[in-house]
Ligand binder design. Structure first.
Ligand SMILES: Nc1ncnc2c1ncn2[C@@H]1O[C@H](COP(=O)(O)OP(=O)(O)O)[C@@H](O)[C@H]1O
Ligand SMILES: [Mg+2]
Length: 152
């Protein structure tokens, strides 16, 4: 399943719709080059999860993992600066998969850092600056999320 987004606002609108469907245990794996729109996408997800608008949803640069309160908690991680798989244990992601919706940027760097059942979202930058999103559901729950996103 692919989507096209001409602007950041369009990308966030898609993400917001997805955010409305998310439950604890859902995992989003966001991939794509720097500046593709992974963080921008998570900001839309946050809206769909009713994260308060005054929360600053940005790349978790220093902590590597940020948590935002919402309809279900949103845990936002960025593995770009993780140098070694051993650092992953310190991130405290493991318990998040039980109790939060988890969005992880650059999960392709450490694919085993999250459960295999997840929704992979690859964002590519087109020459006209629009973005193309490829959604690859891994597992039945992720497939249901994609169906919910494309359904009526
Ligand atoms: N069509 C688009 N979709 C998403 N972002 C866009 C688009 N066009 C321009 N942008 C800009 O690209 C940047 C994406 O940055 P960011 O979300 O931080 O990327 P990443 O987290 O993938 O490194 C933002 O400044 C955003 O406004
Ligand atoms: Mg980012």
């Amino acid at each position: 399943m692919t989507f096209s987004a001409r602007t950041a606002a369009e990308l966030q609108a898609i993400a917001e719709r997805l955010g409305r469907l998310l439950q604890a245990g859902d995992v989003l794996a966001l991939t794509g080059p720097l500046g593709a729109g992974k963080t921008t996408f998570v900001q839309g997800v946050a809206r769909g999860l009713d994260v308060p608008a005054d929360r600053h949803v940005a790349s978790p640069t220093f902590a590597l993992v940020n948590e935002h309160p919402g309809r279900v908690p949103l845990v936002h991680a960025d593995l770009y600066r993780v140098a070694d798989a051993r650092e992953l244990e310190e991130l405290g992601l493991t318990d998040a998969f039980d109790r939060a919706a988890v969005a992880i940027e650059w999960l392709d760097r450490f694919p085993d850092a999250a459960p295999a059942e997840r929704l992979e979202i690859a964002i590519a930058i087109a020459p006209d600056d629009s973005r193309s999103l490829s959604l690859r559901p891994r597992g039945a729950r992720a497939a249901a999320l994609v169906a919910g996103l494309t359904g009526p």
